[in-house]
Design a protein around this ligand. Structure first.
Ligand SMILES: C[S@@+](CC[C@H](N)C(=O)[O-])C[C@H]1O[C@@H](n2cnc3c(N)ncnc32)[C@H](O)[C@@H]1O
Length: 298
C-alpha cells in the first residue's frame, strides 16, 4: 500500500477527534518508530510503498488512537528534556511542565562545581532523576517511589540514558526519617518532587485519555487532604536537606498559596512560586537555611 494512502486513512479516522496537526505528528512518530522512516519521506518519495507486514503495526496503532490511548503508551516511548524514556501504564507520561521544573533546577545549579546529592521523590519513569543526573555530572541522584512497577521502568530509563541512579522502594507517607536506611543516612543538597496532586473534584477537568490510561496512584489525592504529600515531604526535607539545601516542587495550580504557606511555616527562606508556560502556578522552591531554624528554636 502507498504510505500516503495510510496517512489519508489516519486523517479520515482521527482528525475529528485530534485535529490535523496532531494526527500528522502521530503518523510521523509511528512511521519513525515502527519503520525507521524519517518524517520527510513523503516529501522526497510521494509514491513510497510499504509491505502488508509493515502496515499492520500502523493499523494497530490507529485502532488504539481511536480508543484515545496516548501515543506514548502505544509506542512505549516519551521524550523529556531531549532524552528518550521508556513508558508504560505503570508510570505517568512525563509532562512539559515538569521539564520547566527541571530547567529551573539546572539554571540554579549548572555552574555548581561541588558534588551534589539529589533526591527525587515519586520518581515514576525517572524522568526528573535521569535528566538531572544527565545534566549535572557531579551529582549523585536518588529516586524513590512506592510503585515497584514504576521503579522497574525508572531503572530501565537510567540504563537507557547511561546514568547511575540509586532507586529506593518506599512509601513516603509512612516513611520516618530514621527509616531511610544506611545509604540515606546522608543529607541532600536538592530534594525535588512532583507528587500526586490532583484532587478527585478536579477529575471532571481532565481528559478522558489521562483518566482511562494513566496510573491513578500517580495522579490523585483526597479532596479533604490535597497537600498530604507536600506536608510530609516538606517535613522530611527540613531534616534531610543540607544547610542551604533547596526543595523544589511541582504543584497543583489551584493550591499555590497554600503550598507556599506550607514552606513558610517550616521556615524555608527565599520561597519562590513560579508559573508554567500556560500561566498557571506550577512550581515552588524554598531554601533551608539551618541557622534560621536554630534561631527560631532558641
Ligand atoms: C505525578 S507522578 C510523578 C512521576 C514523575 N516524577 C514525573 O514527574 O513524571 C507521582 C509519582 O509518585 C508516586 N507515588 C504515589 N504515592 C506515593 C507514595 N506514597 N510514596 C512514594 N511515591 C508515591 C507514584 O507512583 C508516581 O510515580
Amino acid at each position: 500500500m502507498l504510505l500516503k494512502e495510510i496517512k489519508n486513512i489516519f486523517h479520515a479516522e482521527l482528525d475529528a477527534n485530534y485535529g490535523k496537526d496532531e494526527v500528522n505528528s502521530f503518523f510521523y512518530m509511528l512511521i519513525e518508530h515502527y519503520l525507521g522512516l524519517e518524517r520527510f519521506i513523503l516529501a522526497i518519495q510521494p509514491e513510497f510503498i510499504i509491505s502488508k507486514e509493515e502496515e499492520s503495526p500502523l493499523f494497530e496503532a490507529l485502532s488504539k488512537l481511536k480508543l484515545e490511548i496516548p501515543i506514548q503508551y502505544i509506542i512505549g516511548k516519551a521524550y523529556f528534556m531531549d532524552l528518550d524514556f521508556k513508558v508504560n501504564t505503570s508510570v505517568l507520561i512525563p509532562r512539559p511542565e515538569t521539564e520547566e521544573l527541571v530547567r529551573w533546577i539546572l539554571d540554579d545549579f549548572s555552574g555548581n562545581t561541588a558534588d551534589l546529592k539529589i533526591l527525587d521523590i515519586g520518581t515514576g519513569s525517572g524522568c526528573i532523576a535521569v535528566s538531572l543526573a544527565k545534566n549535572l555530572p557531579n551529582a549523585k541522584v536518588f529516586g524513590l517511589d512506592v510503585s515497584e512497577d514504576a521503579l522497574v521502568v525508572a531503572k530501565e530509563n537510567a540504563k537507557l540514558n547511561n546514568v547511575d541512579i540509586e532507586f529506593i522502594h518506599a512509601d513516603i507517607l509512612t516513611l520516618a526519617t530514621f527509616d531511610f536506611g544506611l545509604e540515606l543516612a546522608l543529607k541532600f543538597d536538592i530534594i525535588v518532587s512532583n507528587p500526586p496532586y490532583v484532587r478527585v473534584l478536579e477529575k471532571q477537568e481532565m481528559k478522558k485519555n489521562v483518566l482511562d490510561n494513566e496510573p491513578a496512584l500517580a495522579l490523585f489525592v483526597a479532596d479533604d487532604n490535597p497537600l498530604i504529600f507536600y506536608q510530609k515531604i516538606t517535613e522530611l526535607a527540613v531534616k534531610k536537606l543540607t544547610n542551604k539545601g533547596v526543595l523544589y516542587f511541582e504543584i497543583n495550580q489551584y493550591l499555590g498559596k497554600e503550598t507556599h504557606s506550607l514552606l513558610k511555616n517550616q521556615n524555608f527562606s527565599e520561597i519562590e512560586l513560579r508559573k508554567d508556560f500556560f500561566g498557571n502556578d506550577r512550581m515552588l522552591k524554598g531554601k533551608l537555611i539551618n541557622n534560621q531554624r536554630i534561631k527560631y528554636f532558641k
